[in-house]
Structures are given as structure tokens and as C-alpha cells.
Design a protein around this ligand. Structure first.
Ligand code: HEC
Length: 143
């Protein structure tokens, strides 16, 4: 009776594959707790624009980019939007950023002069909510 045996194997194989597909697929990032609606949209922009590649999933910093915490000390939402749109000019104008930029082989996209800033990838309102998210530390504005 070869036929039932074969279909059991096929079903078994399918179940096995599904477990692999759902169990080991790419992990969905989860937002930090305590964000309001605007900040949550900003967190989503951070994920969509892949800022985490250089700054880390929780903005903790990586070898390719500094930690993005305590930013409210240095930034307003408006200035963050200008920076993201054209990091190059801001790095030239602000010594603190120029010093930071020197520590990294590749600067904020566009600081290398080879790739555009985020102005072309994201509409202004997306950069604005992103800025609001960046100014929050552990769920509290300005921490
Ligand atoms: C290729 C790596 C890379 C990516 C991708 C990247 N950054 Fe950066 N970022 C840097 C580096 C390096 C610096 C240090 C200063 C500089 O080079 O401009 C920096 C600096 C910053 C600063 C200033 C930090 C401070 O101390 O004031 C902010 C804010 C920032 N990045 C936000 C973002 C956001 C938001 C995104 C996604 C839209 C992003 N970055 C994507 C590498 C990156």
C-alpha cells in the first residue's frame, strides 16, 4: 500500500516546512513601550528607512553609527529634519557632529557625498514624525 504512506510523508514534510517558515523567519521588530501615536509612526519610519543598520534596533549604537540617545539636548525636531534631509551641510556647520563623523568610516548617508540624504526617500511628514521619535528616550521626551 504505497500511496497512503507517500501522502503522509508529503503532509509531514509540509508541516515541517511551515514550522521552519513561521518559527525561524525574520524577527519582527517590536516598538518600545510608552510611545504616543506620532512617536510610534516615527519608530515605524526608523524601521522602514533602516536606520537600525547603523544605529541599532533600539538606537543603542553600533560600529557603523553612534547611539541616538539624549538627542533632545542638542536637537529640535526642525533641526533633525534638516539634518536628515542634508546631513552633509549640518556636519560641516556643527563641530560636535564633524568630530563624530570623523570616527566613522562611512558617514550618515549623504555625508560621503555619494548617496543622497533621506529627503528623497521619505516625505517631509515622515521625517517629522521620525524626529519626534528620536527625541524620546525610554518613553519620556527629552530624557
Ligand atoms: C551608513 C550608516 C548610517 C545610517 C544608515 C544612518 N546613520 Fe545616522 N549617523 C551615522 C554616522 C556615522 C553618524 C555620525 C555623524 C555623521 O557622520 O553625520 C550619524 C549621526 C546621526 C545623528 C546625529 C547624532 C548626534 O549625536 O547628534 C542622527 C540624529 C542620526 N544619525 C539619525 C539617523 C536616522 C534617523 C537614520 C535613518 C533615517 C540614520 N541616522 C541612518 C551613520 C548612519
Amino acid at each position: 500500500m504505497p500511496r497512503p504512506v507517500r501522502s503522509i510523508a508529503v503532509v509531514g514534510g509540509f508541516v515541517g516546512l511551515s514550522v521552519i517558515a513561521f518559527g525561524c523567519g525574520p524577527r519582527q521588530p517590536t516598538p518600545p513601550p510608552g510611545l504616543d501615536e506620532v512617536q510610534l509612526a516615527g519608530w515605524q519610519a526608523y524601521v522602514d528607512l533602516d536606520c537600525a543598520a547603523c544605529h541599532g534596533e533600539a538606537r543603542e549604537g553600533r560600529r557603523s553609527g553612534p547611539a541616538l540617545t539624549g538627542l533632545a539636548r542638542h536637537w529640535t525636531a526642525d533641526r533633525l529634519v534638516s539634518y536628515l534631509t542634508d546631513p552633509d551641510s549640518m556636519v560641516k556647520a556643527v563641530p560636535r557632529l564633524a568630530l563624530k563623523a570623523e570616527k566613522y568610516a562611512i558617514g550618515m548617508p549623504s555625508a560621503s557625498g555619494k548617496s543622497p540624504g533621506y529627503g528623497k526617500k521619505a516625505r517631509a511628514e515622515k521625517l517629522r514624525v521620525l524626529a519626534e521619535y528620536l527625541l524620546v528616550d525610554a518613553g519620556k521626551p527629552g530624557g
